[in-house]
Design a protein around this ligand. Structure first.
Ligand code: ZN
Length: 263
């Protein structure tokens, strides 16, 4: 690997010994990358005090020439935006932490993901400024993350018989469509021979709105008005499916759900 500089979001920071941090970034050009920030703990001035969670900065990274297995070294940073309104708001912190956890556990190191970087930056910026409601930006982040990563479920057709969900009756499920979490697909009434154990019920209107934010430019997301039912159903579906698909329980999601109950 050759030395590089790139815009990057700080995903995770771990103390390493008395002086250093190991930091994981999502960089625009080199994907997810873990680097060592030497002396960053001792000297705040070393990196302008900007090595905080969610901060976005331009990073300069150098790869050790002699020790091939050593971590890349963070040489310099130029802060772009600290997004400090996220860190000072417990609910916003909850949302951003959830996105960080998704990216940290899903992505392999050093695979370029510039679409994902752009999505994360846009979402953090909107969350920080309050330009789009927290719940809507959370739906947008999740659904577009799935599209970029290539595991988005088909939200328009029954995953078994391919019948457009619009044309199906949903009498057995009281007007709602069943989403089979395990297989990541919608199941129409006709195909629902047995009860799907791990399932979520979702109305057709919510499915349409989720498909809309997936298909239109992210900058248009602020224009769509979600009903509170659509937000609730969308959250339930996505926050069941993504952790299941990635194959782990998300600590940040437990935290987010707890603070939402308390607020
Ligand atoms: Zn069907």
């Amino acid at each position: 690997m050759s030395d590089f500089s790139s815009d990057a979001v700080l995903l995770r920071r771990i103390e390493y010994g008395d002086y250093d941090y190991i930091i994981t970034f999502l960089s625009e050009t080199n994907g997810k990358i873990s680097v060592i920030a030497k002396n960053a703990k001792k000297s705040i001035r070393r990196f302008q005090g900007s090595l905080d969670l969610f901060s976005t900065m331009n990073i300069q990274v150098s790869f050790p020439k002699k020790k091939k297995n050593a971590l890349p070294v963070l040489v310099n940073v130029d802060l772009i935006d600290p997004f400090e309104k996220i860190r000072t708001d417990v609910e916003k912190t909850g949302y951003a932490s959830y996105w960080m956890e998704i990216i940290t556990f899903y992505l392999e190191e050093q695979k370029s993901q510039s679409g994902l970087f752009k999505l994360l930056f846009f979402s953090l910026d909107a969350l920080n400024s309050g330009a789009i409601s927290k719940q809507v930006i959370n739906l947008l982040f999740q659904i577009r993350f799935m599209s970029i990563s290539g595991f988005a479920p088909d939200l328009k057709n029954c995953g078994v018989c391919r019948m457009p969900i619009d044309k199906t009756r949903a009498e057995n499920s009281h007007g709602k469509v069943i989403f089979d979490v395990k297989n990541g697909r919608l199941v129409c009434d006709k195909c629902m021979k047995r009860t799907v154990i791990n399932s979520v019920r979702i109305s057709k209107g919510t499915l349409k709105q989720l498909a809309w934010i997936n298909e239109n430019g992210i900058t248009k997301a602020g224009r769509i008005k979600f009903s509170s039912l659509a937000i609730k159903e969308g959250e339930t579906l996505l926050q069941a499916f993504i952790p299941f698909h990635i194959g782990r329980e998300f600590k940040s999601l437990l935290f987010l759900n707890r603070i939402k109950r308390e607020l």
